[in-house]
Design a protein around this ligand. Structure first.
Ligand code: ATP
Length: 444
């Protein structure tokens, strides 16, 4: 079965996501809050699949990568020393007539408003960190920031991890968590929001090996996106020019996806040198040098950082998997289907009795309870079987299991229907668990 050639319109994804319980507009019943989104029952499964698979490939499968989970709220000195308080900003200009706001570096003509062509104010730096207050008094002393990245939580725990786990270089520290940025131009659904989730790993290496580890992580992370089913034609690597490089980075490559509005970043891999450890060492009480027992030397390791976005990966998965296929039937129907990799699908197996019949329902429920222990399952007996297949196609369920009268009266076999080919097979229900497992194993 072919895959779509045209990247789908973002509106079809937004409406599918709402209709099918994947992602809802935030604060909906109060008229919404711009650019906030809530993950529904199926969306949270998809998002968890992304996070769990990242954790498995980074932490579980690498004995030298350690996981952690740091606080969102940190001592404000962390952000002063890291440079965020002064430098974590984007250039902002505002229209003097209609007051529309722009990120000046995104404008082709930074003097004219895109909406009303009015004159724009000269650009000023706008800090993207969200300010908040600890305790009841809103005074300066109690002012802190919501973290704009998870990385600093890792650097400030470097010594704790070295002292407790005694890792040898090279080793990594990984974490997944929420970050907050008061973006000037949020938008494009969950692509750019003010609250989002990151999956970041800081990989510490001896300074003479940084170039090779940088290449290693660029390739490994690029291949990871193929391994979750995103087609390579929609992925590319883009190297940052010298001008674009962050002040702490020696080299950076972005992994980009072809969104409907053009190429956009999913993940950045940066060679951050020893910038972070040495600045925190200078600015804090901590001694962040690493003692290399082989060399008998104290030094700051270099850091290679793959920093990815959970929400952008979810969006790329939805866009890449979405397909509309003519069914070539009398009604000229078109089915919409999410051809997700089964390990990303919110539901792996749907159990569908042919009808709401007194014989079929109990049999189906027993089967559902049995399969639920091994796979993510859903049970659905509402409406016609055709409509239920369409519903499962739209949420990307790779396998549907149908229980009919033959199952209960004659052969105790069920019909397994495959999402991508729509082919159906009859399988003895005793062999079903093994059969499903074999089908999932076919996907690498
Ligand atoms: P961009 O330039 O696209 O805003 P960035 O280069 O500032 O992103 P990084 O600081 O490298 O992003 O953050 C790592 C990852 O976190 C990004 O590749 C992206 O997937 C995700 N991310 C960053 N900002 C946002 C945001 N506002 N909304 C959703 N995801 C984000």
């Amino acid at each position: 079965m072919g895959r779509n050639i045209v990247t789908p319109n973002i509106d079809s994804i937004v409406s599918l996501a709402k209709r099918r319980g994947i992602i809802f507009p935030g604060s909906d019943i109060y008229g919404g809050l711009g650019n906030t989104w809530d993950y529904g029952p199926l969306g949270v499964e998809l998002k968890n699949n992304v996070k769990q698979y990242w954790w498995k490939s980074m932490v579980q499968q690498n004995s030298n990568i350690y996981g952690m989970d740091s606080s969102i709220l940190m001592n404000p000195k962390v952000w002063e020393v890291s440079g965020h308080t002064n430098n974590f900003s984007d250039p902002l200009s505002e229209c003097k007539v209609c007051h529309s706001r722009y990120r000046s570096d995104e404008l082709i003509d930074p003097t004219k408003c895109l909406k009303c062509e009015g004159p724009l104010t000269p650009e000023r730096q706008f800090n993207l960190m969200f300010k908040t207050f600890v305790g009841p008094l809103e005074d300066e002393a109690a002012q802190i920031w919501l973290r704009p990245e998870t990385a600093q939580g890792i650097f400030i725990n470097f010594k704790n991890i070295v002292n407790s786990m005694h890792p040898k270089l090279p080793f990594g520290i990984a974490q997944i968590g929420k970050s907050f940025r008061n973006e000037i131009t949020p938008g494009n659904f969950i692509y750019k929001t003010r609250e989002f989730e990151q999956m970041e790993m800081e990989f510490f290496v001896s300074p003479d090996t940084d170039a090779e580890w940088y290449e290693y992580w660029v390739n490994t992370r690029f291949n990871w996106y193929s391994s979750i089913g995103i087609r390579e034609q929609n992925l590319r690597l883009r190297e940052h020019s010298q001008k674009e490089l962050a002040h702490y980075a020696k080299a950076t490559k972005d992994i980009e996806f072809l969104f409907p509005w053009g190429w956009g970043e999913l993940e950045g891999i940066a060679n951050r040198t020893d910038f972070d450890l040495s600045t925190h060492d200078n600015g804090s009480e901590g001694d962040l040098k690493y003692f290399d027992q082989i060399r008998q030397d104290h030094y700051f390791p270099y850091v290679i950082e793959p920093a990815a976005g959970v929400d952008r990966t979810v969006l790329a998965l939805l866009l890449d998997a979405y397909d509309e296929e003519p069914l070539n039937n009398e009604k000229n129907e078109v089915r919409s289907v999410l051809k997700l990799h089964p390990k990303m699908s919110p539901i792996t197996v749907a159990i569908l009795p042919l009808s709401r019949n007194d014989l079929l329902v109990p049999k189906s429920k027993t089967l559902f309870e049995r399969l639920q222990n091994q796979f993510k399952c859903s049970y659905d007996d509402a409406q016609s079987i055709g409509k239920r297949y369409r519903r499962q196609d739209e949420i990307g369920t790779p396998l549907c299991v149908t229980i009919d009268f033959e199952t209960v009266n004659t052969d105790d076999a069920v019909t397994v229907r495959h999402r991508d080919t729509m082919e159906q097979e009859r399988i003895p229900s005793d062999n079903l668990v093994q059969y499903i497992q074999d089908q999932l194993d076919l996907y690498v």
